[in-house]
Design a protein around this ligand. Structure first.
Ligand code: MG
Length: 189
């Protein structure tokens, strides 16, 4: 193991939020294929990550399930579409963790809780201090910090202004996934 490794076995990982990073943030739930719009820079960013040897893990809140606006089956269908699109464009996603709860459920997985990241770390032996959480909201940054990851804010979408004023972590910002990936690669050399 060298100091460049981000995990016990040398495999490097990166955690990505979904809405606002992989697909465009609509300001409301994306629950069907006709609502799905790819975020800028997504295919280039994922290709670069995969070429640099990173495994990509998506960490996503989907309270639309708890609220009855989406089913597990519908989410799986959407994710099959997402994976097909990404693979067709030369990238790949290793694993997806989703939280189906809403805040009032008091679960330990809904971001800003760090539960999904901690579970992934346990499942794959990921060294969190050498791994980035990339997302477009304060919740993503907080979940990363609480889990012990490094953080990159994608500075876009309808909530960007409020996020910008609230963001206090002192870590990185990027305009889109492709820019975030440059940071991930440079910082983990
Ligand atoms: Mg998001």
């Amino acid at each position: 193991m060298t100091i460049n490794d981000s995990s016990n076995n040398g495999q490097r990982y990166v955690f990505l939020d979904r809405d606002g990073v992989i697909n465009a943030e609509r300001g409301t739930y994306t629950t069907s294929l006709d609502e799905w719009e790819w975020a800028p820079g997504v295919f280039e960013g994922l290709r670069k990550l995969n070429e640099a040897g990173f495994k990509v893990i998506i960490i996503t809140n989907q309270a639309c399930i708890a609220k009855g606006l989406q089913t597990e089956e519908g989410l799986a269908k959407l994710h099959t579409y997402m994976l097909d699109g990404i693979r067709h464009n030369g990238g790949d996603i290793f694993r997806i963790y989703h939280c189906p709860h809403q805040t009032s459920d008091g679960c330990t997985c809904r971001k800003p809780e760090p539960g999904m990241i901690l579970q992934a770390s346990k499942d794959y032996g990921i060294n969190l201090s050498r791994t980035f959480m990339v997302g477009d909201s304060l919740r993503d940054m907080e979940a990363g910090r609480r889990a012990g990851t490094r953080t990159i804010l994608i500075d876009s979408g309808p909530g960007a202004d409020s996020v910008r004023t609230q963001f206090e972590s002192g870590e990185f910002r990027a305009a889109n996934l492709s820019e975030a990936v440059e940071i991930v690669i440079n910082e983990t050399k």
